[in-house]
Design a binder for this molecule. Structure first.
Ligand code: NOJ
Length: 543
């Protein structure tokens, strides 16, 4: 079932086969892997841009920390928690939408692009957050939701009431309900046109009816959106996550990856470059398409289409080949001197990682360690580092199961609020919380902290080349990350059983940078060891 889901999402048969070609035969008994299989190492280009060396953290202000006891998280609450990110080692924060909104889609229905939701505070609170974040070396990315507004946005209200006025064509209007988007379905249903009684016409929307699509055919719409971008950059925002940018421009029934979308993204790029800011696009594209979004004049970062599911499938099926081939494909399509892809194990649209892998602690660890050692900028979704469970209280839709309040301590409401939380906390918050887990050096939280420190302090793991070797067995992924400052050889075992490894290494003795225990010996240029189940080794030369 999970594999099916990943196949549907991925639409790449290569990511869904039971095992990659290199693993297809009977697994070698001795775990021997020959470097010769890998071909020449790919060319190396150093990328000094800060985000290539960072780990990001996605959070919802509403769920993160309440400062005034109204049961809703807010900007002062988030500001009071900034030291947490420094402690965890993440540097980039992506805030889900913080704008005024009727919250028909948790803020992805924006009623004012240049304001702050009154539940979260004021523009001054945003300024304080930025100042305090910058003082700690943190960068703050806001979520730009440009494909659509809320029905409550004044632009839409004006367009509704004044068809021949200056904003009459800012949305997509028609006398009859027209075609939808090719292949559209999913949580937002298949209806794409809703009748508006004020204007006596239908408007087009790719998401909920509360989210009318803006018309990217209108130059004044594009200009207004660039002004919104400048507004936040001038206030000191460091970058943006772009909501469904691949859907900006449509020519029904084609709604994705249109030329007009790329044109607008290039304009956005110029504006963000002027401020040395960066963007990460929710690009949801195949590797080839993603490569186009990562061209040097388009996006600096883009998420993978198959996103988290390729990691979940590997852990669930104890088969690493699909993940390896998906990463190979995207690395091959990523322009050497352009942007980079970004990886997630979960996000606000997906189920909690714990739900995806039946709360198997080994699976959570092997996924996290693989994400932190593969290329692609890692994004951690809040609570992932705690193994937060799915909640059962829904306000908008089932996605709320992964949007429950952050769990800080073992006290009432996990330290999130002194009031009544707007959404019920997830189960087991009494034990799965920051205070409890940080006290245990063997906890998932402590493991995340070590992983993030290892990644951000090891150039091979951030900007190093990636080259996968053939796998010694179906459950194991082996790859080089090579950098002039020192190479690392990563071996990740997604299976529950141990795996024999026999790898050629240029070192006389080997050390695993992640664990403390000795991992095996080098003899005659070959490292031999027994990699335990659900374990990742990050091998380098022992001093
Ligand atoms: C993608 C966002 O991730 C999702 O949460 C939202 O519902 C849709 N875009 C519409 O904005």
């Amino acid at each position: 079932m999970l594999r099916r889901l990943a196949c549907l999402l991925a639409l790449w048969t290569c990511a869904c086969d039971a095992a990659p070609a290199a693993d297809a035969g009977p697994p070698p008994e001795d775990g021997r892997v020959d470097d010769a299989d890998a071909g020449p190492p790919p060319p190396f280009v150093e990328d000094p841009r800060w985000f290539r060396h960072a780990v990001f953290y996605e959070l919802w202000v509403r769920s993160f920390q309440d400062s005034d006891g109204d049961g809703v998280g807010d900007l002062p609450g988030l500001t009071s928690r900034l030291d947490y990110f420094v402690e965890l080692g993440v540097e980039g924060l992506w805030l889900m939408p913080t704008y005024p909104s009727p919250l028909a889609d948790s803020g992805y229905d924006v009623a004012d692009y240049v304001g702050v939701h009154p539940d979260y505070g004021t523009l001054e609170d945003m300024d304080t957050l930025l100042t305090e974040a910058h003082a700690r070396g943190l960068k703050v990315y806001l979520d730009l939701v440009f494909n659509h507004t809320s029905r409550a946005h004044p632009w839409f209200v004006e367009s509704q009431g004044d068809p021949s006025g200056p904003r009459g064509d800012w949305f997509v209007w028609a006398d009859e309900a027209g075609e939808g988007c090719e292949g559209a379905a999913g949580p937002f249903g298949s209806v794409r046109w809703t009748r508006d009684e004020t204007r006596g016409q239908f408007y087009f929307h790719q998401f909920y009816p509360e989210q009318p699509d803006l018309s990217f055919d209108e130059p004044s719409v594009r200009e207004a959106l660039l002004d919104v971008t400048r507004f936040w950059l001038d206030r000191g925002v460091d970058g943006f996550r772009l909501d469904v940018p691949y859907r900006y421009d449509e020519d029904l029934p084609v709604c994705v990856h249109r030329p007009g979308t790329f044109d607008f993204l290039r304009s956005l790029r110029e504006v963000t470059d002027e401020h040395d800011a960066a963007m990460v696009g929710e690009t949801l594209a195949s590797p080839e398409e993603l490569g186009r979004y990562l061209a040097p004049d388009v996006l600096q970062m883009g998420f993978l289409l198959a996103e988290a599911t390729i990691f979940w499938v590997a852990a669930q099926t104890e088969t690493a080949g699909g993940l390896g081939r998906a990463i190979d494909a995207v690395v091959a399509e990523t322009p050497l001197e352009g942007g980079t892809f970004a990886t997630v194990l979960g996000n606000h649209d997906l189920q909690r990682t714990t739900a995806a892998v039946a709360d198997d602690p080994g699976a959570l660890r092997v996924m996290a360690a693989t994400q932190m050692t593969l290329p692609g900028v890692p994004f951690v979704y809040y609570g992932e580092e705690l193994g937060m469970l799915a909640g059962g209280d829904f306000i908008v839709d089932s996605r709320d199961s992964a949007r429950t309040p952050m769990q800080w301590d073992a006290g009432p409401n996990a330290g999130f609020t002194e009031g009544a939380p707007f959404l019920a906390l997830a189960p087991e918050h009494e034990t799965r919380n920051v205070e409890t887990l940080r006290a245990d050096p063997d906890s998932l939280w402590s493991f995340y902290r070590r992983l993030i420190a290892l990644r951000t302090s090891t150039p091979a793991l951030t900007t190093g080349n990636y080259q996968r070797l053939s796998s010694p067995n179906r459950s194991t992924l082996v790859y080089w990350r090579r950098h002039p400052d020192g190479d690392r050889l990563v071996a990740a075992n997604f299976g529950r059983g141990s795996a024999a490894l026999d790898l050629g290494v240029p070192w006389e003795a080997v050390r695993d940078a992640l664990g403390e225990a000795p991992v095996g010996a080098v003899e005659g240029g070959r490292f031999r060891g027994e990699l335990p189940g659900r374990t990742v080794w990050v091998l380098g030369a022992a001093e």
